[in-house]
Design a protein around this ligand. Structure first.
Ligand SMILES: [Cu+2]
Length: 665
């Protein structure tokens, strides 16, 4: 009996500790942006099985985010079925642009979980704090200053996965005083070719990368502090099985200096000012491919200089935020072609003819709490955006198609959004309306014969494109009691001057074997709709089930389905959690892709369902904490691909994994 009582007390305390941890990581529904906490060394966090998950894995768990996969590395995030051209992806408010004309290097591939504290995902116009977008924004947030006088802390992470013989190692050192802190970390990942279901080897799916970062801060006075951050990320030998080329080097150097001012007794309570610079080198070639009609080298570079200054203040019931920012980017990409016949001359051209983008804009937001239950928020962003073609040869090439263009093009961009929330103890509802504009991306505006292996066309940019504009409406409602939760979330976008490639039969492609040439044009309009239903039920403190069902739809004014629209999707999970142990079983899948777009090169992807099992233990020895995570993904070794897998490349088959984290205080 005595044993039973002690056991019960322990269980009660552990349940309490766990419940507290749960609260800290629970989504705050009053905030419009969904925040994903990258709590690597927590036992249970955001449906996250592995302590060493990549950023891509974390993002993929978010309802509205889907990752487009061209291989096993550097997946491209989409929000509301819109890809990176329609999103604004930043690292702690810093603009950074990939250097690949084939989207092999989304921004998310240049950071790792060790660099970041959380990720903020804003759907539609709630994602414009740092820049303009139509689909939404992702801000990858660096850790905040740590003047918490906790001394030295070291942690080590090790991971192994059987599929692809995938090895990961990480080391983290942190010293925190009350005036000074420094944090250094490194992470290394290497994978061989992975196996799809039924042990089918996927060639060119290997990768290797490491990432190191250093962050330090000094408290100048009670109200002023200065922080510096450097991230260096280097991926080599990255295979892209869905594409005809691979990457021998993808390298980024990301640097920033930030000044923070905080004072509760002044009118302006916080001011955060950052100066930053980042540079990316991307080397793409086909030297590892056995037979190709022509050898190609396609390097690309992207450099960005920028700043922002953010201020917040509270006036009565208004919480005001201001953000003034600007950047200057240089994007350059080349293509050299070497015919197999050595008597033929090599060819050279600029695929991005040194495009300079200058942007400056201002964002303002007011969160107004009307009363205990109601809140209204309004936000605006205005910006000036200017592109310049710096290479004379590039301008002349584009003038073949657009004789009237000059080397510069300026645009004004506007975004406005408003949201109303009503919140009671057991339910909450919110309605939002927004209008936003975006400028064409460098590829859409200035790309020159960019081969797209998805529809097998060469693409030519169009500097005369109008801004793409979207009107959006969204509704969110939740109902919950102590055991049961159900929520519905839906967004509707009416997009005007929707930018998409249009076949020009009068042109012949540059790429051998391509179907033809597409030029970026504006479709008069397009419609995208998505709806997600989430629910969960808590049987006890330790045992719960949850499920999600999603439906998406997208059509253009030409009556064709839009490409890359997610079919019916579902996820069901049962989990058991105590403070020292967790276990979960998941079943997830997609329905048949019935509304696929053959017009834009898609075929019908069949339905699939996969089963995952994951387990975790946490224990303490002296002053150390151990976290062990292990499990099996795709337990039944299903051979499948999803609608978002480029050229239907099959995903991983069965994979057993184990991650160990060790923290020394
Ligand atoms: Cu590339």
């Amino acid at each position: 009996m005595k044993k039973f009582i002690i056991y019960s007390i322990c269980l009660f305390i552990s349940g309490f500790i766990f419940a507290q941890e749960n609260i800290a990581t629970k989504k705050d529904t009053t905030k419009l942006n969904e925040v994903i906490v990258l709590g690597r060394r927590k036992l249970s966090n955001y449906r996250q099985e592995k302590t060493l998950s990549s950023i891509d894995d974390y993002l993929e768990k978010n309802n509205k985010v889907t990752m487009i996969k061209r291989g096993n590395y550097a997946w491209e995030p989409t929000i509301n079925n819109m890809n990176s051209d329609r999103l604004n992806v930043t690292i702690d408010g810093m603009q950074i642009f990939g250097a690949c004309t084939d989207k092999m290097d989304p921004i998310t591939s240049y950071v790792d979980v060790s660099n970041l504290e959380k990720v903020s995902v804003g759907s539609g116009q709630t994602g414009v704090e740092n820049g303009h977008c139509v689909g939404g924004g992702i801000d990858l947030k660096l850790p905040s200053s740590k003047f918490n006088d906790s001394g030295l802390k070291t942690s080590v992470d090790l991971g192994y996965e059987t599929n692809g013989n995938y090895k990961t190692g990480g080391l983290d050192l942190e010293y925190s005083g009350n005036k000074f802190y420094v944090n250094a970390d490194g992470i290394y990942r290497k994978s061989d070719n992975y196996d799809a279901g039924n042990s089918k080897k996927i060639l060119y799916s290997q990768f290797e990368k490491y990432n190191v970062s250093l962050q330090t801060g000094y408290k100048l006075s009670e109200n002023h502090a200065i922080d510096a951050n450097v991230i260096y990320d280097r991926a080599t030998d990255v295979g892209y099985p869905a594409l005809p080329m691979d990457v021998s080097l993808a390298e980024a150097l990301i640097t920033s200096v930030t000044h923070n001012y905080a004072n509760d007794s002044t009118l302006i309570q916080t001011i955060e000012t950052k100066l930053y610079f980042n540079t990316i080198t991307h080397i793409m070639d086909d030297s590892k491919r056995l037979d190709v009609p022509i050898r190609m080298d396609m390097p690309g570079w992207s450099d960005t200089y920028g700043f922002y200054s953010k201020a917040t203040t509270q006036v009565n019931k208004h919480k005001l935020a201001l953000n003034f920012n600007g950047f200057y980017n240089r994007s350059l990409a080349e293509m050299s072609m070497y015919p197999n016949d050595p008597n033929q001359p090599a060819m050279f051209m600029y695929t991005w003819p040194d495009i300079r983008t200058l942007y400056t804009g201002i964002f303002a937001k007011d969160d107004f709490s009307l009363n205990k239950n109601e809140a209204l928020s309004m936000s605006v962003r205005f910006g000036y955006h200017k592109n310049t073609i710096a290479k004379e040869a590039g301008l002349e090439s584009l003038q073949i198609f657009y004789p009237e263009i000059s080397d510069t093009k300026s645009r004004f961009l506007t975004s406005i959004a408003s949201d109303y929330t009503f919140k009671k103890k057991s339910y909450d509802v919110s309605f939002g309306l927004g209008y936003g504009e975006r400028a064409p991306s460098v590829s859409e505006g200035y790309g020159f014969f960019l081969f797209n292996s998805f529809d097998n066309y060469d693409y030519i940019g169009n500097p005369t494109l109008k801004n793409e504009k979207a009107i959006e409406a969204n509704v969110k409602a939740d109902f919950h009691n102590s055991k049961f939760h159900i929520g519905i979330e839906t967004s509707y976008f009416h997009i005007m001057d929707y930018i998409i490639g249009d076949v020009d039969a009068s042109l012949s492609p540059m790429t051998i074997g391509a179907n033809g040439v597409r030029i970026y044009k504006s479709l008069p309009n397009a419609t995208i709709f998505d709806v997600y239903l989430n629910s969960s039920y808590k049987f006890s403190k330790t045992f719960s089930v949850n499920g999600t069902l999603g439906y998406n739809y997208g059509k253009g004014s030409n009556d064709e389905n839009l490409p890359l629209i997610k079919p019916l999707s579902y996820l069901a999970e049962a989990s058991y959690n105590t403070s020292t142990f967790n276990a979960a079983i998941q079943f997830e899948g997609n329905g048949n892709q019935s509304n696929y777009s053959s017009f834009y090169g898609e075929d019908k992807t069949p339905a699939y369902g996969i089963l995952n099992i994951n387990l975790g233990n946490m224990f303490y020895t002296n002053n150390n904490k151990w976290i062990l995570k292990y499990g099996v993904e795709n337990v039944l070794d299903a051979h499948y691909s999803t609608y978002a897998d480029w050229n239907n490349i099959p995903r991983q088959g069965r994979n057993c994994y184990m991650n160990i984290s060790f923290v020394i205080y």
